[in-house]
Design a protein around this ligand. Structure first.
Ligand SMILES: Cc1cc2nc3c(=O)[nH]c(=O)nc-3n(C[C@H](O)[C@H](O)[C@H](O)COP(=O)(O)OP(=O)(O)OC[C@H]3O[C@@H](n4cnc5c(N)ncnc54)[C@H](O)[C@@H]3O)c2cc1C
Ligand code: FES
Length: 270
């Protein structure tokens, strides 16, 4: 029988990988999640705790997918603490995906925003020249650098890390690196996922130069399917109209980079 994507499927965690002191990857087997498109997400039920939207991470092993979670509040810490053999629920995949261009590509990821970027790397053509910029607060919060290099073995590529405190890679915000690269190179497309202020600056930098850019947004989500309205950003429902939006569209949206909605749906400044 065909799977109903809106019904929760129970999966068992088979492996837990510590990426940093606050980030873990939980690997599981599934029929659907290994082949989602870059940018798509799942709603993840942590029994007895809550349900959260999560980008679907790739796995080295066929038939498997993963979630890479940073412990933050109650729900993400509950997921972070799930052990091998424990079960979680998944529904989806939901949302659209990146529009894949060819040529010189610039990928920008901050924190767990790197998850959709890793999946995007599995879709690039061997002829693409790919630069990946990874932003982190400090050295012990850097992850997926080695994975990005491995996924791009057959491409002309660069993977560059920046840390806010300069403890690893280049010192400063990743958005400074974005400016530098956009000044030096004519890219065919820029893709970004991470904290909204990082996405806002990256979108502005690329769009103002006329470079095609797309961002995968993270907003408060409850239903994940366009019913509850908790993810609205102006006229857009991030779960249904996105999560991927292009720079032209985002430049018209007054909430992007400026306001978000809290759990009660009230607009707050970033
Ligand atoms: C499309 C998408 C993909 C994401 N992918 C990842 C990922 O790969 N890895 C990762 O670590 N995080 C990801 N997030 C963020 C994640 O869903 C949580 O927002 C984050 O982990 C913080 O949740 P929390 O409940 O621990 O923290 P808190 O900020 O303390 O949240 C408190 C409460 O607010 C609610 N809440 C907060 N944020 C959300 C939300 N976005 N949706 C629903 N309820 C929320 C919950 O009820 C929670 O109990 C993604 C978010 C989106 C929208
Ligand atoms: S999360 Fe409910 S409408 Fe988007």
């Amino acid at each position: 029988m065909q799977r109903n994507y809106n019904h929760t499927t129970i999966v068992t965690i088979e492996k837990v990988i510590d990426e940093t002191p606050t980030v873990r990857t939980l690997v599981f087997s599934d029929d659907v999640m290994p082949s989602v498109l870059p940018g798509q997400f799942a709603m993840v039920w942590i029994p007895g705790i809550n349900e959260l939207p999560m980008s679907v991470m790739i796995s080295d092993e066929s038939g498997k997918a993963a979630f890479t979670v940073r412990k933050h509040g109650v729900a993400s810490t509950g997921l972070f603490n799930v052990k091998v053999g424990q079960q979680i629920g998944i529904r989806g995949p939901y949302g659209n995906s990146f529009d894949l261009k060819e040529g010189k590509l610039l990928l920008v990821g901050g924190g767990t925003g790197l998850v959709p970027m890793m999946r995007l790397l599995t879709h690039v053509k061997h002829t693409d020249d790919v630069t990946v910029l990874i932003g982190a607060k400090s050295k012990n919060e850097v992850f997926f650098e080695e994975l990005a290099n491995r996924l791009l073995t057959n491409n002309t590529h660069k993977v560059i890390v920046s840390t806010d405190d300069g403890s690893y890679g280049e010192k400063g915000f990743v958005t400074d690196l974005v400016e530098k690269h956009l000044n030096q190179t004519k890219y065919d497309a820029v893709y970004v996922c991470g904290p909204e202020i990082m996405m806002y600056k990256t979108v502005q930098s690329a769009h103002s130069r006329g470079v095609f850019v797309q961002a995968s947004l993270e907003r408060m989500m409850k239903c994940g399917v366009g019913i509850c309205g908790s993810c609205c950003m102006g006229e857009d429902l991030v779960c249904k109209d996105g999560t991927v939006f292009d720079g032209e569209h985002l430049s018209q949206n007054k909430e992007f980079g400026n306001y978000h909605r809290n759990k009660a749906g009230i607009l707050e400044n970033y």
